[in-house]
Write a protein that binds this ligand. Sequence first.
Ligand SMILES: Cc1cc2nc3c(=O)[nH]c(=O)nc-3n(C[C@H](O)[C@H](O)[C@H](O)COP(=O)(O)OP(=O)(O)OC[C@H]3O[C@@H](n4cnc5c(N)ncnc54)[C@H](O)[C@@H]3O)c2cc1C
Length: 411
Amino acid sequence: MKIKTDVAVIGAGVIGSAVAMNLVAPGSRGNAPEVVVVDLDLEGSFSSSELNAGGVRAIWNHPINIQLSKASIDYYESVAEEVGLRQQGYFWMYSKDQWASASGRIAENAKTYGLPVEFLEPPQITGRHPFLNKVSDLGGATFSPRDGLINPNLLKNHFRSQAASRGAVFEDRVYVTGIEQNGLRVKVIGTKFSTPLTDTQRALLLTKHLIPENLTFEKIEIDCEKLVIAGGAWACQFQEMLGVPVVSRPVRRQVSLFESKAVDLTDKGMFVDPSGVYFHAEAQFVLSGFAIESEPDGFNFDYDGQSFFEEHIWSALHERSSGFEMLKHVTGWAGLYEVSPDRCGIMGSVNNSSQIFEAHSFSGRGVMQSWAVGRGLSELILNERFETIDLAALSGERFKEGKLVRENLLI
Ligand SMILES: Cc1cc2nc3c(=O)[nH]c(=O)nc-3n(C[C@H](O)[C@H](O)[C@H](O)COP(=O)(O)OP(=O)(O)OC[C@H]3O[C@@H](n4cnc5c(N)ncnc54)[C@H](O)[C@@H]3O)c2cc1C
């Protein structure tokens, strides 16, 4: 099977779908390009876009993170119902030793970027949320009411339907195995499976990189002028294919769902505890996650279950609230963060090429920043420069030059 197109995008998660939508958006200068997006699995069973916590916030320390999130939230507000945006705020608690510097920086950024933020002392924390009744270790909390939660699946499908309505094509069951540069054209080589794959077969490809037996497939070649790598936590494999330094790592992140009879969070947004545990209402349950610092790299989707919940989630939550002493673990899952050396996203042209571009490694913020990432990358591809936000600092070249993007408001 051979396809010829102007732009090919590898990866149809929120980032690849947002890039496709922005490439064909009515505002793009000149004629919109032909765009083909390929993915092994358009449903995204193993994609981070389907396995995340759905938080959106413009409260960050680095101006680039603030601007990417703020511009995206402005867009999400314009389609709030369609993408399930719930602006019920981020309530972020800090320990005594974190508070002075954190609140100072946030106040400065809030003023510069016009972000609404409230600053609360420990008694006001309990006053606002009586279930937060163990606050003697806290220095304070911030509440940012424009932030909150989104439905990542609806968001991805919104990007896709906008892109498809203007001609972008989404090719399912394509597993990319190679990229070749021939003069002014780029060739993407892969395998197109003719029937749907089971989760076990997808797992074999996406965790062990082995082609399952007994499946019918044909070779696919996509001849394009420009290529976008939007492969999420699999970015390292595309860096290998391109022969550029492998700087991105896949790292497992787990979330638990539990029942909380004593504390009702249904009309509230995201809470972040100084321990690093975050939580919010998810249907009739509470969703809570925690990043284990010593987690090794790898394509690991195993959820550690009750032991993860007890050791990392429940132990921190019951230190914060007597209402969290009795919780019932229901289920949970593991997904992948895509982590760069400074834990900030990578986007721009690969190796200063005018043909190959990338947008990945957004670790815990790919959903909340996806729209502005898509817009920024399409500006660079179509107009050869960033026009609305200067995103040059996110280029992958920064690691060679030692120009890291410093951000420490991470969960
Ligand atoms: C537990 C967890 C919680 C998170 N919480 C948040 C949050 O609250 N807010 C937030 O903004 N972000 C959060 N994130 C991060 C966010 O989910 C990601 O940054 C974002 O989804 C990345 O999107 P993507 O499109 O780059 O990658 P993905 O969604 O992973 O898409 C990559 C796609 O590439 C495809 N692919 C890979 N290799 C190949 C190949 N060889 N051939 C063809 N296709 C291939 C995959 O099938 C996949 O569909 C969280 C992530 C996790 C794991």
